[in-house]
Write a protein that binds this ligand. Structure first.
Ligand code: PLP
Length: 392
């Protein structure tokens, strides 16, 4: 087979399932160094283990996260599975703590996989009212003494911001490992590893890829032992991201800083605009000074923004009236702001809260907006038309 020694500035898209190993000593070294970092070019073995195109995107991600290493996988859920599974041991009753305000899919994974199939003892920490209390978290840790603590920095759809620096400090005081899902805040707003978290995960399907057309997840950390364990787990359960998706993600990451700034600016503009409308009952956005997490968010994010999501509640005389108004708004904006169940897309999209979250948030007039990177004035123009279409 002819090989072409063409120089490319980019890491090429290597679709090979297995890689050419020069001779037996190289093969032996490759297999013995399979889980170590950094990887050198002659040591690639098999794409499910590691792939150069995936590694190039991982190195770029590690520079964004400020981490020693980052590992890509096929989805945010795969990242959560890797990040938690590395702490699981046979003959050891794992007691793991999860904050209640986390992604619904993660809550289902905890119940259906961790608890029901793997016998993990999951304990839950809830906010008191509309915010987490550090004092209550400290006494929760005294009572339960979990081995692992898992939380999200910005919750969804109520946008509760966890006092992450303090939560990590308290968890560490009790000897727990800390895993943070930082999908909503992104490394732009906050980097949990800088404050002692063991692992941080993202659904890269959201802001990191940022175009609503790629599924991926990433786990990052600083510990070499956790890296080895995560590389082994990813390899054996087959959670590896495809080289094609890694190649696309790598390009998308180059505009991450530009895009994220625009998402956050648009969210702040829209939150302000909505709060001036007589048709809106309440705007939920950590940038508003009345939001229960405003103080924590200001301290944690240091002026870089408050996230790209704005949740708002339409006024209405009754449950049914609010439901009707929610429908009217969604229908009126649907050509420009479609109902799509994801977030962090370059286009502004929305989700009604009550039909998706049901009893957990029984607010029929509530809508979650994921602000895109369009012109902010154009988004407010469409939202204004939507509000005009809502009967008074
Ligand atoms: N974590 C958070 C906070 C999410 O919102 C999601 C999905 O919406 C996930 C994890 C799972 O990500 P994925 O859909 O990429 O598996």
């Amino acid at each position: 087979m002819k090989t072409y020694n063409v120089k490319s500035y980019r890491t090429p898209l290597y679709r090979d399932a297995g890689f050419l190993l020069k001779d037996i000593p190289t093969a032996q070294k490759a297999f013995s160094d399979e889980q170590s970092l950094p990887i050198t070019p002659e040591l690639y073995i098999y794409s499910r283990y590691r792939n150069p195109t995936v590694v190039a995107a991982e190195e770029y991600l590690a520079s964004i996260e400020g981490s020693q290493w980052s590992l890509l996988c096929q989805s945010g859920m795969a990242a959560i599975d890797i990040a938690l599974s590395v702490f699981q041991r046979a003959n050891h009753k794992c007691k793991w703590a999860f904050f209640t305000e986390i992604y619904g899919g993660t809550n289902s994974y905890i119940d259906s996989i961790l608890v029901s199939r793997r016998g993990v003892d999951a304990v839950r920490f809830s906010p008191s009212g509309e915010a987490y209390s550090n004092v209550e978290f400290d006494s929760f840790m005294t009572t339960h003494k979990p081995d692992v603590v898992f939380f999200e920095v910005i919750s969804n759809p109520m946008l509760i911001v966890a006092d992450a620096v303090e939560i990590i400090r308290i968890a560490k005081k009790y000897g727990a490992a800390v895993v943070v899902d930082n999908t909503f805040a992104t490394p732009y707003l906050f980097k949990p590893l800088d404050f002692g978290a063991d692992l941080v995960i993202h659904s890269a399907t959201k802001y990191l890829s940022g175009h609503g057309n790629l599924s991926a997840g990433v786990v990052s950390g600083n510990s070499p032992e956790l890296a080895r364990s995560a590389i082994e787990y990813r390899k054996l359960v087959g959670h590896m991201l495809s080289p094609d998706d890694a190649y696309r993600l790598h390009d998308m990451l180059k505009t991450f800083n530009l895009r994220i700034n625009r998402h956050f600016e648009n969210a702040a503009t829209v939150a302000k605009f909505l709060s001036a409308s007589s048709k809106v009952e309440k705007v939920i956005f950590p940038g508003m000074d009345y939001h229960p997490s405003h103080e924590v968010a200001s301290k944690l994010f240091e002026g870089r923004g408050f996230g790209g999501i704005v949740t708002f509640d339409l006024k209405g005389a009754s449950f049914e009236d609010k439901q009707k108004k929610c429908n009217e708004f969604i229908n009126a904006v649907s050509d420009s702001i479609p109902l799509i169940p994801t977030l962090g897309d370059a286009d502004t999209i929305l989700m009604p809260v009550e039909p998706v979250w049901g009893d957990k948030y029984p607010f029929p007039g509530m809508i979650r907006l994921s602000l895109g990177i369009e012109n902010g004035q154009e988004i407010t123009r469409v939202i204004s038309q939507g509000l005009d279409a809502v009967g008074s």
